[in-house]
Design a protein around this ligand. Structure first.
Ligand code: NAD
Length: 492
């Protein structure tokens, strides 16, 4: 086993040298990452195919191209995001400089999951690099081909004194977690997330937990059922349902259920052909344990569509279960496979109650063209995120933070939020020290008096601006323009 303490000490020395804090170093590492993706696309595609039978399209869109764009985004914005952010001040500090300076935490630990084994491991690393940290990266042992490729390729492209790959099973990961890191970024199940949080608590290490759970999907009759079915099918079958934000179960009325099942069947044939097992675009379940776990969830269920499976190549057909008992195992744990239970509800309020009686989900999907219904879900439920009239696509919008709430996670990332996640926003107040500035500080010193209380109360009072702050500059410019115009009229 690699020695976690030795690796950490090595990385700490590198961090303390200040190398990773320079923008030029960070930019070089990001460019190297992009080169890694460009020069090794075939190797990466093969590893993903070995682990999950991922098609080239899914591997390119969800993993390789995703990571390349992620690194490009960091590269294009790095100098801007790394700048100090000057903040508003009260009158008492009006002559001083108040700013937030993003600084790297130090040596961070990144623990990846197996379902998107490249993306979920290297996207946090990209952000850790951009923010100026050193990192230990632990890919999931459950996707061994991808873990091996990561371990082989990364040292060839990134500075090995600053970024290390750590391979191992849960036992080795626990040894790693005994060390004192400056930040831990974990992607995985809620159960292991709890273990990570406990390990982090020992040193009060800040953490991000990107977890899972059951993401509900509500569908009503106001939308085009075929389009909805195409989008729900896609969300459920990308990576064969092994996606943290796959729609886990469907909530709809009895009438909608009937037309949905027909539409789902039609869309499945359209997307994967009449024999989905023969489709090169349909992935397989990661290993026998997960295959057996998913098949066991079908025990005692009423299968309305699909249901066939083949243990030899871990194939499970997209399957719909109806008349599902909400207390059955299929509704108690995250399915993480291509099975969609349908729970009948009479209306949106019933669906909302059903959702609110359970743990807060990572994603919530609402298919409705009724604005009031959408509004109800947005206001009366709590989830990591909401996507209306589609599945998964909110993940692709990196101006929106991605993360859970409650049992589905802690913290968020993507785009600028990733940079911020791996940066401590250090508040700095810079004051001038001379006789002139000191004149304005007198009121806070003893001996205290009524006059000093009044002065301090005036200087610290919160004031509402007559116009919203965001229009302030525009209004000043308009006023200035008006005066310049008036002045020119007078002159000429
Ligand atoms: P997991 O929790 O089993 O494993 C995640 C990581 O933890 C792996 O690297 C593994 O090596 C390590 N690990 C496993 N057991 C451990 C232990 N006892 N002690 C310490 N470390 C241990 O999760 P998984 O099976 O890899 O991924 C599936 C789960 O992850 C699902 O719940 C899914 O919803 C969730 N997930 C969440 C996101 C997200 O972005 N929120 C993304 C992908 C997956």
């Amino acid at each position: 086993m690699q020695n976690p303490a030795e690796i950490l000490s090595h990385l700490r020395n590198s961090f303390n040298s200040g190398l990773t804090k320079t923008l030029s170093f960070r930019e070089t590492q990001l460019k190297n990452l992009i080169r890694l993706y460009d020069e090794n696309t075939t190797i990466l595609l093969e590893a993903l195919h070995d682990d999950l039978n991922k098609s080239t399209q899914e591997s390119m869109v969800c993993e390789i191209d995703y990571l390349k764009n992620d690194a490009l985004n960091m590269l294009y914005n790095l100098s801007d995001w790394a700048k100090p952010n000057y903040v508003d001040k009260e009158l008492i500090n009006i002559m001083d400089t108040a700013k937030l300076v993003p600084e790297p935490y130090g040596v961070v630990l990144i623990i990846g999951a197996w379902n998107y084994p490249l993306q979920l491991t290297l996207s946090p690393l990209t952000a850790a690099i951009a923010s100026g940290n050193c990192a230990i990266v632990k890919p999931s042992e459950v996707a061994p081909a991808t873990a091996k490729v990561i371990a082989e390729l990364l040292p060839k492209y990134l500075d090995s004194n600053c970024y290390k790959i750590f391979l191992g099973q849960p036992f080795e990961t626990q040894k790693l977690l005994e060390q004192r890191f400056d930040y831990i970024f974990f992607t995985g199940s809620t159960r292991i997330g709890t273990i990570v949080a406990q390990a982090a608590a020992k040193y009060l290490t800040p953490i991000t937990l990107e977890l899972g759970g059951k993401s509900p999907c509500y569908l009503d009759s106001t939308v085009d059922i075929e389009i909805a079915a195409a989008r729900i099918l896609w969300g459920k079958c990308v990576n064969a349902g092994q996606t943290c934000i796959a729609p886990d179960y469907l909530l709809c009325s009895e009438e909608v259920e009937e037309s949905f099942i027909q539409a789902f069947k039609k869309m499945q044939e359209k997307q994967y052909g009449s024999d989905i097992k023969a489709s090169p675009d349909y992935p397989r379940i990661i290993n026998n344990n997960h295959f057996n776990r998913i098949i066991k969830l079908l025990e005692g269920q009423n299968i309305a569509l699909g249901g066939s499976h083949d243990a030899n190549n871990r194939f499970i057909e997209p399957t719909i279960c109806t008349k599902v008992d909400p207390r059955s195992p299929i509704m108690s744990e995250e399915i993480f496979g291509p099975i969609l239970p349908i729970i009948r509800v009479n209306n949106a309020s019933e669906a909302i109650n059903f959702i609110n009686e359970r743990e807060k989900p990572l994603a919530l999907y609402v298919f409705s063209n009724d604005g009031e219904i959408v509004d109800l879900f947005e206001k009366q439920t709590s989830s990591g995120g909401i996507c209306v009239n589609d599945t998964i696509m909110h993940f692709a919008c990196d101006a929106l933070p991605f993360g859970g709430v409650g049992n589905s996670g802690l913290g968020a990332y993507h785009g600028k939020f990733s940079f911020d996640t791996f940066s401590h926003q250090k508040p700095i107040l810079e004051k001038s020290i001379d006789k002139f500035h000191e004149m304005f500080q007198d009121s806070r010193y003893a001996p205290y008096s009524e006059r000093k209380i009044k002065t301090l109360s005036f200087l610290t009072r919160k004031r509402k601006l007559p116009i919203p702050k965001k229009y302030f500059v525009q209004i000043i410019l308009v006023i200035l323009g008006f005066f310049i115009g008036y002045f020119m009229l007078l002159v000429y």
